[in-house]
Design a protein around this ligand. Sequence first.
Ligand code: APR
Ligand code: PHB
Length: 394
Amino acid sequence: MRTQVAIIGAGPSGLLLGQLLHKAGIDAVILERQTGDYVLGRIRAGVLEQVAIDLLDEAGVGQRMHQEGLVHGGFDMLFKGERHRIDMNKLTGGKNVMVYGQTEVTRDLMEARAAAGLTTIYEAANVAVHDFDSAKPRVTYEKDGKQHEISCDFIAGCDGFHGVCRASAPRSAIKEFEKIYPFGWLGVLSDTPPVHEELIYVNSPRGFALCSQRSATRSRYYLQVPLTDKVEQWSDQAFWDELKLRLDPEARAKLVTGPSIEKSIAPLRSFVTEPLRFGRMFLAGDAGHIVPPTGAKGLNLAATDVKYLSNAIIEFYQDKSEAGIDSYSERCLKRIWRAERFSWWFTSLMHNFPENGAIGQKLQEAELDYIIHSEAGARSVAENYVGLPLDFGQ
Ligand code: APR
Ligand code: PHB
């Protein structure tokens, strides 16, 4: 088989890239190791920045998001038992975020791809990338016991943190930066009305908590837990009891509990790989970087990588220019490091680090107190949360 761009991975990055290339008349095949249902079964964050919203619109998949997504102009920070609102909208001159689950974004992209009759090969085993240091890269894979080969002009590594593309880059050409946090997030999804109309980020000496949502009838809650905890240790009752202990009295009284429909523990990691280009192979999304979920930057960063990459590939075919391809890695990395910085900072501010002792908690509270009382402090949080503009620092 021959295609212009072989995309590895049918997560949000791969699917969005496929859609944007299709709009520009560029042919792409997506290879995915799992089934479509498996991909849709993964529950991840659900906050979209304006840049991501615009991009989903550009890709022609924004309709349901606008109907069902919840526009939020602020969020609460809870510390020392009291809640304080960060009015993002006011502090950023009118910017908001959209609460719409990544699962739904993925579903919309999958449906658009299927409706356009574009090729996604699910359950592709042993995907391997070859000759990306030449003008004629190839991808091989197995499906139904048979070996297949795709020749292409470019390979897009949208295959997530555990993917094959980054792992195939020459070790001497790659530098990786990583921080693993000493705790995870225990998440619960439940068909109960959210405790509050906006999100609540909680700093508590018992550990971080987050009250999020998917709709007026579906909630998503998280608790900071030790990395050694197993999900089986946490009954629904134990989860709700612990969440209540981390909330303020009003939220505690209002919280509606119910059976969990999903429960899982996710580790927290900051990770960046440099560069994001190896000849004719590019990394985008989680394949190139991971942020801890505090601040929900993961999907948004993936979306901007894909924007830069699709623009670069379109420029290559339409204008016969390699300028976008040549600057892809550097442009993306600037934005990635800014989001890494914010996600690391917000994580450090909100979580309990036992090794920092009682003074650590006091210093966090003093910083939070500064943020909510200083317009400059609050604005800094707000402008990062809604997402820095694409031309920031240019
Ligand atoms: N061959 C084919 N497909 C693969 C391979 C492989 N060897 N390895 C991984 N994949 C697939 C995975 O099964 C997955 O469906 O690549 C896809 C990568 O998807 P994601 O992990 O969702 O990554 P990405 O599309 O970049 O999405 C980024 O996900 O983790 C969140 O915070 C992150 O929201 C952000 C988003
Ligand atoms: C979520 O709704 O899953 C969510 C929201 C905000 C975050 C992280 C996760 O910062």
